[in-house]
Design a protein around this ligand. Structure first.
Ligand code: MN
Ligand code: MN
Length: 320
């Protein structure tokens, strides 16, 4: 459906050279709606004062807002503190609080009928790290300025790297933006945060997230998998030879398809049973986890993210 939309819009450029963006946007109604909701939630989160709040409260507020506006969370709200760059979401009854001095990345995903918008903001309660946030936002703006159909992803990476380094800071080089497809948050193509040789070119009508991550000059510029992992997704519906596990997997499929989920979303289930089922399904490799990603030198990290649709003329930022 996605590719068909693309070729349809493309063919008509010959006849209607000026309406290409409008045609594209009309065919992307669900993406536009998901993007608008994601942007509204992100801006609400940017303005709120989070010190003293629990990460659980923040996640639940974001996800409830998404639903109230007519979307569904495309993944559990990520609330990653300080040296954790990404992939932390609140546990059930999580009591971790945001403290003065923290740098908090809030990463929000919204889907409407499987069309996903992915966006993030960093809120900073430590003046010595506000430059990280500024650099991440600036790098994202520069990336969007050069992004259009036909531009190489590696050249976007170069712009991001150059902008971040101009602050004397480092990009996190093993984190990247990504293509997005229906019900698929990471659809196989990467938009790097550094210059990369041999990359693909952006295609009109495809959907991409661009997300610079910035760390300090003495950071390693690399993240590694931390010990905690509390976000999961289904990778296979293969039977496990244990009936209750198969039933549990079917329930997960009905609710989340291939989208990531968290334990705290399984409110109807007994939490101990759910934990046991999840660890069994992990062992059977029918679900996977997304471990928290931690800066290699334990330095603080900031992130900014938008979801875009390139056209021949420029790019539509659906989460603007
Ligand atoms: Mn994101
Ligand atoms: Mn993303």
């Amino acid at each position: 459906m996605h590719l068909k939309t693309y070729s349809h819009a493309f063919n008509l450029t010959f006849i209607y050279p000026y309406s290409i963006d409008l045609l594209l946007l009309a065919s992307m109604e669900d993406y536009i709606k998901a993007g608008k909701i994601a942007a509204e939630v992100r801006e609400h989160m940017r303005k709120r004062y989070h010190v003293g709040r629990t990460l659980l409260d923040i996640c639940e507020e974001a996800e409830e807002m998404i639903r109230a506006k007519g979307g569904e969370p495309a993944f559990p709200c990520n609330v990653s503190l300080n040296e954790v760059a990404a992939h932390y979401t609140a546990e059930p009854n999580d009591s971790i609080e945001v403290r003065d001095g923290d740098v908090l990345k809030i990463d929000i995903g919204v889907h409407v009928n499987g069309s996903i918008a992915d966006t993030a903001v960093t809120v900073c309660y430590n003046p010595s790290y506000s430059i990280l946030v500024e650099a991440a936002e600036h790098a994202l703006r520069e990336a969007i300025r050069v992004a259009r159909a036909g531009v190489k992803a590696g050249d976007i990476g170069r712009v991001i790297e150059h902008t971040i380094k101009s602050y004397g800071l480092k990009p996190v080089q093993n984190l990247s933006g990504h293509s997005i497809a229906k019900y698929t948050i990471h659809a196989g193509k990467s938009i790097p945060n550094i210059w990369t040789i041999g990359s693909f070119s952006l295609q009109q009508g495809e959907v991409y997230a661009i997300e610079p991550f910035v760390t300090t000059g003495d950071g390693s510029g690399l993240v590694y998998n931390g010990d905690i992992s509390n976000i999961y997704s289904i990778v296979s519906r293969k039977r496990t030879e244990r009936k209750e596990a198969d039933t549990f997997l079917d329930m997960l499929w009905t609710r989340f398809k291939t989208l990531p989920f968290a334990l705290r979303w399984l409110k109807d289930e007994d939490v101990n049973h759910a934990r046991e089922m999840i660890s069994f399904l992990l062992k059977k490799k029918v679900i996977r986890t997304y471990p928290v990603l931690v800066e290699g030198n334990n330095r603080y990290v900031a992130q900014a993210e938008h979801t875009i649709v390139p056209t021949m003329e420029g790019t539509v930022v659906i989460t603007a």
